[in-house]
Design a protein around this ligand. Structure first.
Ligand code: LHQ
Length: 262
């Protein structure tokens, strides 16, 4: 059985983590398959990515069943796993010039929580939860957790989540600004499909430029950010979809965006 399921429909590349009996915890095979699936997102036929999990969890982070160390043996070097797999994955999600929707269908724990937070629009089922499980096993948040949490939730809440490793409900995650929204469990599939379809028929380059500008903002002073917006808006305005958007508005019709990247 493949540990990642992939389908492409109407411009949406749907990627499902598929190790439900392990709560979709990551092993090297799943990382490799996910990397290959996300490579498909480079094709012009893909205009949005939808990431979700099979079964009752979104993802329980690293598969700990292969991590048992016998006393006296050399410890496993976790930097290798982060350097080879988790860090490139988080960067890929952030740097992909296309929107990534994450449907958090159940528990998102450890790296699984932070991979969800790395996505652009996170929509969670009401029964889902987010657990910075790291402190419970003697680790610190990784996969971008120490970067995302203070920016999304503020430093007091980031610290509490990191140090206590308590379960945060999807509703609290939304109230704290960690995610875009929560929907009833039986509405999740329809909601994420509608949002993904909408994004896949939008002006793809403009969305990519929004992603780029927002990513840059946390390291920039306002003056620098204004310069960046000026530079990027020039590109958006000169693109085929930029022209189509304005023309459609003036002609009082719905725009037909090609989604071409410059
Ligand atoms: C699991 C796992 C799991 C294996 C549930 N592995 N089997 C990066 C670099 C390198 C190394 C270190 O880490 C990292 C990043 C990380 O992600 S570190 C954090 C790793 N993840 C965790 O510590 C979470 C561990 N899991 C849990 O705390 C709970 O299972 C959660 C809160 C996810 C769900 O709780 P429950 O709903 O009560 O389910 P459960 O605990 O009964 O789990 C169901 C099964 O899934 C169970 O197996 P079993 O054979 O007893 O049915 C678990 O052992 C297995 N499972 N997480 N990460």
């Amino acid at each position: 059985m493949s540990s990642i399921l992939v389908s492409l429909e109407t411009g949406v590349l749907a990627v499902t983590l598929n190790r439900p009996d392990k709560l979709n915890a990551f092993n090297p095979e799943m990382h490799e398959e996910l990397r290959a699936a996300l490579e498909q997102a480079d094709g012009p036929e893909v205009r949005a990515v939808l990431l979700t999990g099979a079964g009752r969890a979104f993802c329980a982070g690293q598969d700990l069943s292969t991590r048992k160390v016998t006393p006296g043996a050399a410890p496993i070097d976790l930097a290798v796993s982060l350097g080879n797999y988790y860090n490139p994955l988080v960067r890929r999600l952030r740097e992909l010039p296309k929107p990534v929707v994450c449907a958090v269908n159940g528990t998102a724990a450890g790296a699984g929580a932070n991979i969800a937070l790395a996505c652009d629009l996170v929509i969670a089922a009401r029964s889902a939860s987010f657990v910075q499980a790291f402190s419970r096993i003697g680790l610190l948040p990784d996969s971008g957790g120490t970067w995302f949490l203070p920016r999304l939730a503020g430093s007091a809440r980031a610290m509490g989540l990191a140090l206590l490793g308590e379960k945060l409900s999807a509703e609290d995650a939304a109230a704290w600004g960690l995610i875009w929204k929560v929907v009833d469990d039986d509405k999740l599939a329809a909601e994420v499909e509608a949002v993904s379809d909408r994004l896949a028929s939008a002006a793809t380059q403009a969305l990519a430029l929004s992603k780029r500008a927002l990513a840059a903002s946390s390291g920039n002073a306002l003056a620098t950010q204004l310069d960046l917006e000026r530079e990027l808006q020039k590109l958006a305005g000169a693109s085929a979809d930029g022209l189509e958007g304005v023309n459609a508005f003036l002609e009082k019709r719905a725009p037909r965006f090609s989604g071409e990247l410059a």
